[in-house]
Design a protein around this ligand. Structure first.
Ligand SMILES: [Cu+2]
Length: 137
């Protein structure tokens, strides 16, 4: 009976450790996906790959819809990216429209670490900005 209790306690300790490890791992890695909605305009930004390398192209998909899911056309889509709390500069991504409401932003992060992309769109004279974190390893 005592042995069973020890085994059960060990399993509980393991599962707590596993859960802790999982959540701490999740919070350390930026989400690949960021969403923001304001004034019936929804911006969705997605990092295309989990495996971004320094001095290689990083691709980001930007999708613009209204709250019912209809694709929106922007008069302007811009993306800059930089490393917060570092001085390696702010860079401009190349942004092109793929189809109505979908855009591809391409940048070349210069070094490993934690980056933040800032996407600004103008739709029907509304200007929205969304921050999208990503990691280069
Ligand atoms: Cu840097």
């Amino acid at each position: 009976m005592k042995k069973v209790l020890v085994v059960v306690l060990c399993l509980m300790a393991l599962s707590v450790a596993a859960a802790y490890w999982k959540t701490s791992g999740d919070s350390a890695a930026p989400a690949l996906h960021t969403e923001f909605e304001q004034a019936d305009i929804r911006i969705d930004v997605q990092t295309e790959s989990t495996d971004l390398k320094p001095m290689h192209e990083a691709h980001f998909d930007v999708t613009l819809t209204d709250s019912s899911g209809k694709r929106l056309t922007a008069s302007k889509v811009e993306m800059t990216y930089a490393m917060p709390r570092m001085f390696c500069g702010q860079f401009n991504a190349d942004v092109k429209q793929v189809t109505q409401g979908t855009y591809l932003a391409v940048g070349v992060p210069v070094m490993e670490g934690y980056w933040e992309a800032k996407i600004t769109v103008v739709v029907n004279e509304n200007r929205l900005t969304i921050k999208h974190p990503f990691r280069v390893t």
